[in-house]
Design a protein around this ligand. Structure first.
Ligand SMILES: [Fe+2]
Length: 137
């Protein structure tokens, strides 16, 4: 497995959410070097995933982001896939730890660079609009 880290181009311009994305990658990387029982790490990964998604969802809702329903659906779909993979892994059903980790790293990277960047642009535009001088109309 190869380690993966957060990159500045992934920033959504919200320090709290950037920090959570970094932490998510750190946790995924810790699966790589961990020896012994990985169950506690998997449990904390699922908990952290839910906590992080809730943070983003509250953030988008509070700011009336129009594409919130689509974003929420992405989170739900991913959460279901992860939970199913973990259930199969624990039951010894043809799912390897690398599969779970690889899937999560890949999904998270693509999601941050596509879906999360949409609300990042929305927030940046809102901030820019707030800084505009009032019109002279
Ligand atoms: Fe997201």
């Amino acid at each position: 497995m190869t380690s993966f880290s957060w990159k500045p181009k992934m920033s959504v311009g919200v320090p709290l959410i950037d920090e959570q994305h970094k932490k998510f990658f750190e946790m995924l990387n810790s699966l790589e070097s961990h020896e012994g029982d990985v169950k506690p790490i998997l449990d904390s990964l699922v908990q952290y995933m839910q906590f992080h998604f809730q943070t983003e969802e509250d953030f988008m809702k509070d700011r009336f982001f129009g594409e919130y329903p689509e974003h929420l659906a992405e989170h739900k779909c991913f959460s279901e896939r992860v939970k199913n993979m973990m259930r199969d892994y624990r039951a010894g059903r043809n799912v390897k730890l690398e599969d779970i980790r690889g899937f999560m790293v890949e999904w998270l990277s693509v999601h941050i660079m596509s879906c999360d960047q949409k609300y990042a642009r929305f927030i940046a535009k809102s901030k820019a609009a707030l800084n505009q001088p009032p019109s002279q109309a």
